[in-house]
Design a protein around this ligand. Structure first.
Ligand code: ARG
Length: 461
């Protein structure tokens, strides 16, 4: 095989079965632009160290530029005989500039340090895309919250009515979670921003190449300080897969809320026609498929992470071919999120909330009972007693099918002399929500502060 990167020490070429197993061009071809960028940086380092004359460097860079243009135009494709993107591009370069110059590029580098660098470049670019997608989703949540500043909904724990909360408070809660995912991406970059280039196969280069300039050329902060670690570690890839899985999980929790809210029983939201789907048999159906796909795809993102961790477990240093298995899962996670997030954001941005329905259900299930207990505490009743008195009130009302505010004065006094008629001032959902003024609470003025705080946090990440 003309273009192969190895072969001289073998009596025969690879068997067809091996070639088929070994092949990675069907997924690593998308790394071609990064491979070419690496080759340009490496060529300059070779020239600076005296291994390429000025005209040879110019020829080589010209050839690499031509390959890039052909790749962009979709004219450069891997041949059937190519094992991976690295070999394919070297063969293409040699075809472009001849073996005399093209054959010099491989000095002082290995596919091991190349691939370890390229995957970081790929992930760095996609971290920016996913980060932008996250900001759009956070913005959509904040815009919906802003459009519903006073709407009150049943807050739940254990999926049971617990205490009323502002819809805006609930929506912003997801915004905060997603802002931490964004922060994770930003923080990940500190560890990812390293160039293993020049580490060679494992032990470093003998050629005195300036690896710091290669890193700089590639837009990476620094060269790897240990060539074994640089070529063989993939924690940066696994961490990225974790972040994508965490994003998937945060989105799937919101998806589950949307699915519930969209049921007839809840009736809290209507999905926009452009962001919902129909049924092939039931003409009346309008389904929340985007939310369901989000919930489903979170499983796939978790699977990609688990598979990657399982691949890494117990791998001895340094490079092992197992490491080739890092790419498909993380590429899949990237592609999954980059398709999911814009659709999900569109669904959130176009949700119509039925705030009357939410407000109607907010006091149900005696969700104002804690407010009665707190009202007693403010009158210096020990919370233990306040809890007991309120519990008796709830039981009294429940046995008679009454709301708390429908219990009459005499009955209140009968339950406890401490329950004077003015307790009714806390028996409205507005009163309940308005009184939760503690930091981070659901009172309208506290929630109003969150808009600026969240926007500020996202802007400064
Ligand atoms: N395709 C490999 C990978 O993705 C890089 C090539 C290293 N191959 C080798 N035989 N050392 O990790």
């Amino acid at each position: 095989n003309e273009g192969a990167l190895w072969g001289a020490r073998f009596a025969s070429g690879p068997s067809p079965e091996l070639a088929r197993l070994s092949k990675s061009t069907h997924f690593d071809w998308q790394l071609a632009p990064y491979d070419l960028a690496g080759s340009r940086a490496h060529a300059r380092a070779l020239a600076a160290a005296g291994y390429l004359a000025d005209d040879e460097l110019a020829t080589m860079l010209g050839g690499l530029d031509t390959l890039e243009a052909r790749f962009v135009a979709g004219e450069l494709v891997a041949a059937d005989s190519d094992e991976d993107v690295h070999g394919a591009l070297e063969a293409a370069l040699i075809a472009e500039v001849g073996p005399e110059v093209g054959g010099k590029l491989r000095a002082g580098r290995s596919r091991n340090d190349q691939i370890a660098t390229l995957v970081r470049l790929y992930l760095k670019d996609h971290a920016a895309v996913i980060g932008r997608d996250l900001v759009h989703l956070i913005d959509a949540l904040a815009a919906q919250a802003d459009a519903h500043r006073t709407a009150i909904m049943p807050g739940r724990t254990h999926l049971q009515h617990a205490q009323p909360v502002l819809l805006a408070h609930h929506l912003l809660a997801y915004g905060w979670a997603l802002s931490r995912d964004l922060e994770r991406l930003v923080d990940w970059l500190k560890r990812a921003d390293v160039s293993p280039y020049g580490g060679g196969a494992l032990a470093g280069s003998t050629l005195g190449l300036d690896v710091a300039s290669v890193a700089r050329d590639l837009g990476l902060a620094a060269p790897a300080d240990n060539s074994l670690d640089g070529t063989a570690s993939r924690d940066v890839v696994a961490e990225f897969a974790f972040i994508t899985a965490m994003i998937g999980i945060d989105v799937s929790r919101l998806a589950e809320d949307v699915i519930l809210w969209n049921t007839r029983e809840f009736g809290f939201v209507t999905l926009d026609d452009g962001y919902s789907t129909g049924s092939s048999i039931m003409p009346q159906k309008k389904n929340p498929d985007i939310a369901e796909l989000a919930r489903g795809k979170s499983g796939r993102l978790i699977g990609n992470l688990s598979g990657l961790l399982a691949t890494l477990k117990g791998l001895p240093l340094a490079y092992n071919r197992d490491l080739q298995e890092d790419k498909e899962p993380v590429f899949d996670s990237v592609e999954t999120l980059e398709v999911l997030l814009p659709a999900f954001t569109g669904m959130i941005a176009t949700l119509r909330f039925h705030t009357d329905r939410m407000a109607e259900l907010a006091p149900a299930g005696y969700s104002l009972a804690t407010d009665v207990a707190d009202w007693l505490v403010k009158r210096h009743v020990p919370f233990r007693d306040a809890h007991e008195i309120t519990g008796s009130l709830v039981r009294y009302a429940e046995e008679r099918g009454l709301d708390l505010d429908a219990v009459d004065d005499a009955a209140l006094a009968g339950i406890s002399p401490l329950l004077t008629p003015d307790v009714r001032e806390v028996l409205t959902i507005e009163g309940s929500v308005g009184s939760r003024t503690g930091h981070g609470g659901t009172a309208p003025e506290r929630v109003a502060e969150q808009f600026a705080a969240l926007a500020d946090r996202v802007r400064h990440l």
